[in-house]
Structures are given as structure tokens and as C-alpha cells.
Design a protein around this ligand. Structure first.
Ligand code: ATP
Ligand code: MG
Length: 650
């Protein structure tokens, strides 16, 4: 091969490999290459088969895909109802008494909800929405804690063809009003308050504040959860429980066109202003139903599934509400934080409900590492058989820790790469087939096309590059709400004919994909293009380090200099020099951080992702930009204070 200039240097390759156990493979839904081969032969036929086998249609489709780049229509002449697929057909198949949700409130209260009860609740609430003037095509905003009513609200919208736009309950009133205005929503569903860290946090008062700067909301439905004092505006606001008591019990699921708008969801805003991502009915449902079944190797009769995401994120949409319910899954839903009343709450819940599949984020795993393995040792986690991650690259050492301490070295780990925009999983192991490597999301799922390219758009077959998607997929976004120009520019203009996801990745000699984080974060140090992920992983591979964030700051000598922010594991210490040498030894002297700051916390979005953009502002002494999606602004001011006090080393 010619001496090509890589878009991103590949500095390290993890050598350890983990095949699925013979026992896991023997019981897995997929244990050979057949699905991959089917997808490669004809991806359209692959998805059409799953749309027919896993989805119930009012009117079967005859057209699979119409592709007019960058616009796709999937199964366009079919009609179906998403809530029918998630609820009615489960009840008709005899699963009425099966538990849909084991719900655990933060204070320790709990509820058990069967499919029949969920169907009943959704029908009534769909009638409430109709009574309040909501029609097919309207937008409804949802601003709720993690309570079953969040799923009820989403499914009730789907039942009558209103598009929901869920806003994470931890977002400010400003974020809520921005999203309501962008979507021109007619109705808002919220709660008095929810439980978080042992206290009730207010939602209704935040919503009231938001509604001062909106004009489209006609009614507000309020779920009673926090029992905190709130004010109700007569004529506008109604209590959920009162409206439900008056509502008819029956609301038939209305068939929708395949391309009918199912929901809007604003991206989590790690890189900047969130975009209203549009997802439609049939393709999205097919994608999440198929991927849930295969990636989690889901067995409806025996599995207890727990995804720790909030319904406010795409993970909560696809793998708490639509994917699992369309598969008839039994799930755990938890309202609160992982450290209330103590640092072992997550493990206590797994033990209580005997969860078999657990799906969480690398940021959470690194937090559990920080708290220490003794918290897990207090509980019996032997019910688990498969564990997964989503949201950020997982550092190999965090992967190993997850494998040993949570998975008991017996559970396959699926590292799932996907985005709000992709709707469902894209690059992920098949747990009964794939030999995993710690830190690699491995291969595109069957029916998915992904390739790396260099600056010029030439295909990269080994080493670092830009991650692109080469074929349309059923769960793909259909656009950005109100801004189709931005849709084309953001995703389809950089490399002709390819969807560019914004992420960098590398390919090893076995063809495994390793996600390297966002290309905007890639550092340029003396002409080397170094990904933040690789330096962070090198830092996390030191036994004292729990979490690290790395950024490139302008530097007169080297172009950019590597600045690291490091959080240590509880009770451990390490010298800055030792860590710098550790990085040099792990991935090379070029990647040695110029400066390391120790910090108890890193700035993260409310979905838990590290916000490197802000750290770059801090490192370069700038005023920090838009912080509306930041979880805890005090972390940044503390880092700024320390940066101004630290003399430059070297
Ligand atoms: P915004 O697009 O508004 O900046 P965001 O990209 O964080 O926010 P999401 O759609 O929630 O919003 O996140 C998708 C991104 O998360 C991916 O593009 C990727 O950067 C990262 N990601 C998700 N899963 C993985 C994974 N398994 N490995 C590596 N990165 C991942
Ligand atoms: Mg993104």
C-alpha cells in the first residue's frame, strides 16, 4: 500500500479477544454467519423479511425501499400502528398477564405493570389526548421523570398519530421552551415533580416558566408523582389521574402510513445546538425491533431486560419503549440516580428483579469503577447473561472491569455504536457469533453498510479514517425538523453519496472497527492526527485512573498540545509524571500529555457524555460557549479556576 496520510493516526491495538462461551452460543438466537450473509446478499430483502416477520401490518407493503439520496422511504405503501405492535398484538398472543415493566421508584416504592394493564392505560390516555383536541399530525411535548406514564404518553401519541417530542426531565425551562417552539407543539405532558437523589425536583414550575415564552401549547396534562406544591392554570392544565378517570376505555389503534412522523427527538448537544431529528413509523419500528432481538439475543419467555437510559434520550425511545415492547419483553425501569440511597443501588435492583440483560453507558461504568468493586460484591449478579454499552467509546480497561465485575467473566459484552440520527444500533457484535475485543464495537450489523474514508473520500481499509454509512437503513432519520437544508449539509455533503456520522474510527487487520470519538475532537500534534479516545484509554489503563478527558489546546511549538483531565479511583493516588510516562509507554511519546489536571468530576452533558468542547475552551483560556446541555456548570468553573492558578510545565 502507498504511504497514505491517514485522517486519524491509529496508535494502539488491543490484543485480547473474547469469544462467546460454548453455552451462550448453544442457546443463542444467532450463532453463525447466516444473517450477515443474507444482509450482504441483498440488504433490502434482509430488512423486508424482518419487516414481514417481526411487524404486524394493517395493510402489508409491496415496496421495500425508495431511495432518492438523501431521502429514503421504507415500506411506503404499507400501513400499521406502532402502539398496536407494542401492545395489542402481545395481548392477542397471550402475553396479557406478562409483566411489561417492573418499575422501581427512587424512594423505594415500586409498581408492576402487565401488557394488558399497559394497553388499558394507553387506550385511555389516547382518548384523553383526543378529548384535549390532539389529532393525527400534531406534536406533543413530553417532560416527565422516569415513570411508566412516560411510556404510556409516547405510546398513546403513536396510537393516534401525534408525533411526540420528549425532553429529558433534567433539562431547564429554557431548553424545554426552545424545543416546544421549534416543534410548535400543541400539548405538554409533565408531572408535578420527580425524585432525584432523595429529593423531589420540580417539573411543573419549570414547565410553567417555559410556557411563558411559547405560544402554541393549548393544554398541559400533569401527572402526580412528587406531591410537591404546584399551581394549575384553569382551562389550560388538567391532572392526568382526573382526565383518565373520565376517559373511555377503548381507543382502537388507527393504521398509519409507513412514513408517518412517529417522533422528533433533539440530539443530546455534545457538540453544539441540538437538532430536531425526525423518525417515522415503519422503518424505525422494523429497525429497533430487529436489532433488539438479535443484539440482545432476547428471549421473551425468560429474559428480564434493563436499560438504564432515560426516555429523554434516543436509547430510551428505541430500547426501553419501542424495541423491547415490540418484542414482548419484560423490563425494569428505574426512576432515580445510581447512588441513592447508596452506591450499590444499581446492583441491588439487578439482584431484586434477577435481571438477565443489562444495558448502560461507559460513563456510568467508569463511575462504578470510581466507586469500587466492593459495591457489586454486596449483591448476587449471577442472573445476568449479557451486558451492553452505548453512548461513547468504551476504554478497554473499563470494558475489562465491566466484564469481570458485572458480567462475572461469563457474559458477552455488546458495545453498540449508533446515534439519535440512526434510530437504532448500527455497529455492534452479535453476541452468539462475534469474538469481541475490549473497546471495539466490532462489525456493522447485518443489513448495515459502514466504511472508513480518508480526507478525499477514498476508502480506508486499515488504520484511522472517517466513519461513513454507505447504504440507507430503515431506522435512518428522515430529516431535521424545519431545516432540510441543514439535514443535507450536516450529513450528506462532506463525502458524496455517503452519510457521514461525524465520528472517527479505525480498522484493524482483522477488520474490526474501533470508534475514536468525534472528528472535531481529533488533535493535531506535530503533524500527527491523534484521537482523544486513544489517549484517554491509555490513561484509564493505569490502575489508579477511573476516567479521563483529553483535548488539544493551541501550542506555539507543536500546533496543538495534549491537555488531560483525570479522575482517580476512590482512595488511589498517582503522580502526574508517572501518568505521562504511562501514556508514552502505552501508545507512544508523541501522545504524552503536556499537562494533566486532577479533578473529582468532568464536565458532562445531561446524558453523561464528556463535553470536550468546553474543556478546550478552558485549556485555551477562552470564555466557555453554550452550556445549556451541561449537567453541572460548577465543574467547569472549578477547572477554570485551577487552570488560571497552574504554572505551565515542561
Ligand atoms: P450532538 O449530535 O447534538 O452533538 P450527540 O452526538 O452526543 O450530540 P447522540 O445522538 O446521543 O448525540 O450520540 C451519538 C454519538 O455518541 C455518536 O455519534 C458517537 O459519537 C457516540 N457514541 C454512541 N455510541 C457509541 C459507541 N458504542 N462507541 C463510540 N461512540 C459512541
Ligand atoms: Mg451527534
Amino acid at each position: 500500500m502507498v504511504d497514505e496520510v491517514h485522517a486519524i493516526d491509529a496508535l494502539s491495538y488491543e490484543q485480547r479477544t473474547f469469544p462467546p462461551s460454548t453455552e451462550f452460543k448453544a442457546n443463542a438466537i444467532v450463532s453463525d454467519q447466516s444473517l450477515y450473509l443474507e444482509g450482504e446478499r441483498d440488504f433490502e430483502a434482509y430488512w423486508a423479511r424482518h419487516a414481514r416477520e417481526l411487524i404486524s401490518w394493517a395493510q402489508p407493503f409491496t415496496k421495500t425501499l425508495e431511495w432518492d439520496l438523501p431521502y429514503a422511504e421504507w415500506f411506503s405503501d404499507g400501513t400499521l400502528n406502532v402502539s398496536y405492535n407494542c401492545l395489542d398484538r402481545q395481548v392477542l398472543a397471550g402475553r396479557g398477564d406478562k409483566v411489561a415493566f417492573y418499575w422501581e421508584g427512587e424512594p423505594g416504592d415500586s409498581r408492576v405493570i402487565t401488557y394488558l394493564q399497559l394497553l388499558d392505560e394507553v387506550q385511555r390516555f389516547a382518548n384523553v389526548l383526543k378529548n384535549l383536541g390532539i389529532k393525527k399530525g400534531d406534536r406533543v411535548n413530553i417532560y416527565l421523570p422516569m415513570i411508566p406514564e412516560a411510556a404510556v404518553a409516547m405510546l398513546a401519541c403513536a396510537r393516534i398519530g401525534a408525533a411526540h417530542s420528549v425532553v429529558f426531565g433534567g433539562f431547564s425551562s429554557q431548553s424545554l421552551s426552545d424545543r416546544i417552539n421549534d416543534a410548535e407543539a400543541k400539548l405538554l405532558i409533565t408531572a408535578d415533580g420527580g425524585w432525584r437523589r432523595g429529593e423531589v425536583f420540580p417539573l411543573k414550575s419549570q414547565a410553567d416558566e417555559a410556557l411563558k415564552s411559547t405560544t402554541t401549547i393549548e393544554h398541559v396534562v400533569v401527572v402526580k408523582r412528587g406531591n410537591n406544591e404546584i399551581s394549575m392554570t384553569p382551562g389550560r392544565d388538567v391532572w392526568y389521574h382526573e382526565a383518565m378517570a373520565d376517559a373511555d376505555a377503548v381507543c382502537d389503534a388507527e393504521p398509519m402510513e409507513a412514513e408517518h412522523l412517529l417522533f422528533l427527538l433533539y440530539t443530546s448537544g455534545t457538540t453544539g445546538k441540538p437538532k430536531g431529528i425526525m423518525h417515522t413509523t415503519a422503518g424505525y419500528l422494523t429497525h429497533v425491533t430487529t436489532t433488539f432481538k438479535y443484539a440482545f439475543d432476547h428471549k421473551p419467555d425468560t429474559d428480564i431486560f434493563w436499560c438504564t437510559a432515560d426516555v429523554g434520550w434516543v436509547t430510551g425511545h428505541s430500547y426501553i419503549v419501542y424495541g423491547p415492547l415490540a418484542n414482548g419483553a419484560t423490563q425494569i425501569m428505574y426512576e432515580g440516580v445510581p447512588n441513592f440511597p447508596a452506591n450499590d443501588r444499581i446492583w441491588q435492583i439487578i439482584e431484586k428483579y434477577k435481571a438477565t440483560i443489562f444495558y448502560t453507558a461507559p460513563t456510568a461504568i467508569r463511575t462504578y469503577m470510581k466507586w469500587g468493586a466492593q459495591e457489586l460484591a454486596k449483591h448476587d449478579l449471577s442472573s445476568l447473561r449479557l451486558i451492553g454499552t452505548v453512548g461513547e467509546p468504551i476504554n478497554p480497561e473499563a470494558w475489562i472491569w465491566y466484564n469481570e465485575n458485572v458480567g462475572g467473566s461469563r457474559c458477552p459484552i455488546i458495545d453498540t455504536w449508533w446515534q439519535t440520527e440512526t434510530g437504532g444500533m448500527m455497529i455492534t457484535p452479535l453476541p452468539g457469533v462475534t469474538v469481541t475485543k475490549p473497546g471495539s464495537a466490532t462489525f456493522p450489523l447485518p443489513g448495515i453498510g459502514a466504511e472508513l474514508v480518508d480526507e478525499q473520500g477514498n476508502r480506508v481499509l486499515s488504520g484511522g479514517g472517517y466513519l461513513t454509512l454507505t447504504t440507507p437503513w430503515p431506522g435512518m432519520l428522515r430529516g431535521i425538523w424545519g431545516d432540510q437544508k441543514r439535514y443535507r449539509e450536516t450529513y450528506w455533503s462532506r463525502f458524496p453519496g455517503r452519510y457521514f456520522a461525524g465520528d472517527g474510527a479505525k480498522l484493524d487487520s482483522d477488520g474490526y472497527l474501533w470508534l475514536l470519538g468525534r472528528v472535531d475532537d481529533v488533535m493535531n500534534v506535530s503533524g500527527h492526527r491523534i484521537s482523544t479516545t486513544e489517549v484517554e484509554s491509555a490513561l484509564v489503563s493505569h490502575p489508579s485512573v477511573a476516567e479521563a478527558a483529553v483535548v488539544g489546546a493551541n501550542d506555539a511549538m507543536t500546533g496543538q498540545a495534549i491537555i488531560a483531565y483525570v479522575t482517580l479511583r476512590s482512595g488511589l493516588e498517582v503522580d502526574e509524571k508517572v501518568l505521562r510516562e504511562h501514556v508514552a509507554k502505552e501508545i507512544g511519546p508523541i501522545a504524552k500529555p503536556k499537562m494533566i489536571f486532577f479533578t473529582p468530576d468532568l464536565p458532562k452533558t445531561r446524558s453523561g457524555k464528556i463535553m470536550r468542547r468546553l474543556l478546550r475552551d478552558v485549556a485555551e483560556g477562552r470564555n466557555i460557549g453554550d452550556t445549556t446541555t451541561l449537567a453541572d456548570a460548577s465543574v467547569v468553573s472549578e477547572l477554570q479556576r485551577r487552570a488560571s492558578e497552574t504554572p505551565t510545565e515542561d
